[in-house]
Write a protein that binds this ligand. Sequence first.
Ligand SMILES: [Zn+2]
Ligand SMILES: [Zn+2]
Length: 134
Amino acid sequence: MQLSNNAKIGAAVGCLLVAGVILYFTTFNDMVGSGGSEKMVMLCTNPKCEKAFKIPYEEYAKIWQLQGGNPMTMMSPKPIKCKFCNQITALTATECPKCKNVFIEPMEQRSIEYPDRCPECKFSQMEEDDKNSK
Ligand SMILES: [Zn+2]
Ligand SMILES: [Zn+2]
């Protein structure tokens, strides 16, 4: 009896997680302005590859959902398969609008700095937006 109850709870939690993921992507899609042509910038973290590429947002969401479901990795960046080396090492990245350098935003700096600051030319779109709104 104990077991079947746990299984029921597990299924319920699973359903909630799936709903949460769908909700997350729906809101995220609204945030970036839905249009279908939105591209995600990916950067391969494989030291032998380190290539950057772009995939349509829908494709990223699909891969994420296929690979997703593990609550342990929900909060951390989820790597997807790199188009060049076929390893699961590509992370979502940011392309600098100024020098086109592609980099991964440092998670730990999110609260104190502009996470989109380019490590090459130090340009940050968020900082610019901040300045302009003042
Ligand atoms: Zn690669
Ligand atoms: Zn830059």
